[in-house]
Structure formats: C-alpha cells, structure tokens
Write a protein that binds this ligand. Structure first.
Ligand SMILES: O=P(O)(O)OC[C@H]1O[C@](O)(CO)[C@@H](O)[C@@H]1O
Length: 325
C-alpha cells in the first residue's frame, strides 16, 4: 500500500500537465465527516493556494462544487465503505475528472471500486493514534500543502505525529476516575450539550451526534464556543449539562470566554482540557491540529462509563442499519 505522501506525490505528477491541484474536497458522513475537520481547518489556515471544502456526502452529490474537475482532489471516508451517498460522491468525483482518495476500514467494500487510491487506518482498542483516520486525513492535507507550496512547520508537524500516541494513552488513564464520576452525575440527564471551537470542533460534533444522540439516545447539540453568546447562552442554568472541550492553541481564548460565563451562571460543566491532558508537549506552531485526536480518543473512556451506568450499550440502535432511510 502506498503512503499518503506517495499518493499525494503521484496525484500531483499525474495532474501536473492539466494545471495542477488547486481544490481539495473532503467528503463523508457522520463520524467520518467529523474526522475530516482538522484537515479542513489545517488547509483553511495554512494554505495560500489551495481552496479546501468539507462536505456531507449527501450535500456534495446534490450540489457539486463548480470547481470539481481535474484540478481538484477528492478525499472520501467511510468506515465500512458502504454508505451510499459517500459511494456516489466518489463516483461523481471521478466522473468529473478528479482523482479520488478513499479512507476506509473495509478494503473490499463497494466504496473502493470508485476510488483511485485506497488507504486504510488503525482502529479499535490499542490502535496507533498516529495511524487513525483523522491523522491520515490530516496527513493528506499536510502533504498536499508541503508538496505544492511548502509548509514551513512540516517538521514540527511530523514531530507532533510521533508524540500523539503517547499523549493520548496517558490522557486516557488520567481521566478514568473522572469519567466514572461523569457517568454517575449525568446518567439520568435527557440532554447534554457539547461546546468547542477551532480545528477540533469536529470531535465535539462527533460526540454530540454519534455518541450522545446515536449511541445513547440523549438529546444534544454541538455549540461553537464563539457562537455561544449569540443565542445558546440563553439556556444556561444550574441544571443544564455541558461537556466543554477546551482546546490548546489559537482558539483557546474563544473557549475560555464561553467557559468563564458558564462557570459564573451554570453549574454542571464537565471540562476536558487539552492543556491539562498533556497536549502542550507538541510545538505551538502545529498544536491546534492535534486536539481532535486527543479529545476523540479520550471521550470513549467517558462513553464506556456512561453506557455502563445507563445500561445502554453503545451498539444499541433503533433505526440505523435496521430500516430503510
Ligand atoms: O460511512 P461510515 O464511515 O461507515 O459511517 C457510517 C455511520 O457511522 C457513523 O459515523 C457512526 O456510527 C454514523 O454517523 C454513520 O452513519
């Protein structure tokens, strides 16, 4: 299997005499969509010449970007490789002349037949965090930048990749006790909001839609901490629970402003703080992009405890994969 670095190099070579790569589109659903958030945030912030888009697959196939063509690269992700709208997205991207990279766990799925390049990733207990879906997607963004216009913090980024596994597993151990307390405190709540900002917003979004709503049937919404004062803060009271994701990096002040308000007027706030969980050993030049992997792998410690306390296994579904939709 080619590395992401080799895939990007191959694509840039093949598209060179067609005008090169100018657009990067990340397309997926649910947890896979959320996993693309750091890659999108990275290119938005770091690139001068590449235009990036992040799309839900259903939206993408019904409203294709006008620039979709041979100057675009499309990266799709589907864990099982059988989400119909993501398969269709890969098919349409290819028909429009864009090289397609597919990230998937199931290497012989329907999705892979519509991809030019297929990349698997690590998954499950004891996985290497540096090889997980989010990191592979992020690497595609980093390599696209490095191999087109150059990325001044490339070495810092690779250094971060080499550190993230150890940071995550230490953090998981660190939160074990408080995850149990969280589960006891919130097991009977009907709603839990998540709050976040920056490149790791997708981790809080995933926690809301794929865990609290999908896997625990708890009402939830993911609130951007910068948007908190523009509507959501009106529901703040002593009873409403918030899972607050406090990132390390450029958008931390945005989180802190919302958190300061919540501490004053709210009471039931579970703070997951990347700084306290040891992310700061990664260079400040690139730290923003590693928050997602930290949060997204620490939350399962909370989620397992919550599922146990509620006697609602994380695998329970009412509709998903059971009825037509
Ligand atoms: O296309 P994928 O990644 O297999 O996703 C399938 C499902 O898995 C989830 O990401 C999590 O269960 C859902 O949101 C989604 O519908």
């Amino acid at each position: 299997m080619m590395s992401i670095k080799e895939i990007v190099s191959d694509i840039l070579t093949s598209q060179a005499d067609k005008g090169g790569v100018k657009y990067v589109y990340y397309v997926a659903c649910g947890g896979s969509y959320a996993a693309f958030y750091p890659a999108k945030a990275f290119l938005e912030k770091e690139s001068r010449g590449l235009t990036v888009g992040l799309y839900n697959s259903g939206e993408f196939i019904n409203n294709l970007p006008s620039a979709l063509g041979e100057n675009a690269v499309v990266i799709v992700a589907s864990h099982k490789g059988n989400t119909p709208e993501t398969i269709k997205a890969a098919e349409l991207a290819r028909q429009n002349g864009a090289p397609v990279i597919g990230l998937t766990w199931v290497m012989d799925s329907p999705l892979v037949t519509h991809c030019d390049y297929v990349e698997s990733y690590t998954f499950g207990d004891n996985k290497d965090i540096a090889g997980e879906k989010t990191m592979k997607a992020l690497l595609s963004a980093v390599e696209l930048l490095q191999q087109t216009e150059g990325y001044v913090h490339y070495d810092d980024f690779l250094d971060g990749v080499s550190k993230i596994n150890r940071i995550v597993y230490r953090a998981c151990e660190h939160v074990e006790e408080r995850a149990e307390a969280f589960a006891q405190e919130y097991k009977d709540d009907k709603v839990i909001y998540t709050v976040a900002s920056g490149a790791s917003y997708g981790a809080a979004y995933l926690q809301s839609i794929c865990i609290f709503m999908e896997m625990q049937w708890i009402h939830s919404a993911c609130i951007h901490s910068g948007e908190f004062f523009h509507g959501p803060f009106e529901i703040t009271d002593a009873n409403t629970p918030f899972l607050f994701q406090l990132s390390e990096g450029n958008t931390r002040p945005v989180d802190e402003r919302a958190l300061n308000f919540l501490k004053k007027y709210g009471r039931r706030i579970e703070i997951v703080d990347a700084k306290e969980l040891g992310l700061s050993t990664i260079n400040t030049t690139v730290i923003d992009y590693f928050n997602h992997s930290l949060f997204n792998n620490v939350y399962p410690v909370y989620n397992r405890a919550l599922a146990k306390a509620r006697q609602h296994p994380l695998t329970t579904r009412r509709y998903m994969w059971k009825v037509d939709y």
